[in-house]
Design a protein. Structure first.
Length: 118
């Protein structure tokens, strides 16, 4: 028998019912959508760059990723729509940053978790 599976069935029905009730209260689609936003390597690189530099213009991000400005803009718009990034326009330049501390924490935690070897 596998070591990662219970060898006998023993269900705590009270806990299971409690969790099912919580699942109904939460919007899991919005939460998984958030994590999917960072599942793309280019978007994660953008988020990490914004974590390190606080704010970058679209041209700088395109240069860092070695992609076109159009590709960088596409990823940045996606991150903005998902609530992870925000932008401000100064003349003809558009600068992006992570939207808030929660977005920063998500990116930081991904790298901390990886460094721990998990």
């Amino acid at each position: 028998m596998s070591k990662d599976v219970c060898s006998t069935e023993c269900i705590n029905k009270e806990k299971a019912a409690k969790m099912r009730a919580r699942f109904k209260e939460e919007n899991f689609l919005r939460k998984t959508d958030l994590y999917k936003s960072l599942a793309d390597a280019n978007r994660l690189k953008i988020a990490y760059s914004l974590l390190l530099e606080d704010e970058l213009c679209v041209c700088d991000i395109a240069n860092v990723l070695e992609v076109s400005v159009a590709t960088a803009s596409h990823h940045l718009r996606f991150l903005r729509k998902k609530g992870l990034a925000k932008h401000r326009k100064v003349g003809k330049m558009v600068y992006y940053s992570l939207d808030n501390d929660h977005a920063k924490q998500l990116v930081e935690l991904a790298f901390i978790h990886r460094k721990e070897g998990r």
